[in-house]
Design a protein around this ligand. Structure first.
Ligand SMILES: Cc1cc2nc3c(=O)[nH]c(=O)nc-3n(C[C@H](O)[C@H](O)[C@H](O)COP(=O)(O)O)c2cc1C
Length: 105
């Protein structure tokens, strides 16, 4: 399960580098054929769409199994994050639960 900010119109370089090191078929630590999804929480007008487009390209390249139902946009504003760092908004919580269910199943 991934979530990422957008940097200069793409995936942050360090995150892409992490995925580059997860390349490999039967190698230990490989992401090959592993089920993956993402939650895009950007509340910006562009919705960090380019970051997730580039994430999809990299995940496809390393042959991860992208679970479509586990790839969603759930905008989260700063006001929705409590002083304890937790998000209690019921819509967000339900959406995250649905995404995790989709990934697990
Ligand atoms: C170097 C840098 C480049 C960024 N480039 C983009 C971008 O291309 N598109 C975008 O929507 N946000 C961009 N952002 C904003 C980040 O994705 C993120 O929303 C921002 O750092 C706020 O995160 P925070 O609320 O955790 O501080 C950039 C941020 C940084 C530091």
């Amino acid at each position: 399960m991934f979530s990422t900010p957008e940097y200069a119109g793409a995936l942050p370089g360090a995150f892409k580098n992490l995925l580059e090191w997860a390349v490999g078929d039967a190698d230990v630590g490989s992401i090959y054929d592993k089920p993956v999804g993402w939650i895009n929480v950007s509340a910006s007008p562009t919705g960090a769409a380019d970051a997730y487009r580039s994430l999809a390209i990299v995940l496809g390249y390393v042959h991860a199994a992208i679970v479509a139902e586990a790839c969603v946009r759930i905008p989260v504003t700063r006001q929705m994050v409590g002083s304890d760092g937790l998000i209690t908004d019921p819509v967000v919580c339900e959406s995250v639960t649905a995404v995790l269910d989709a990934l697990v199943s």
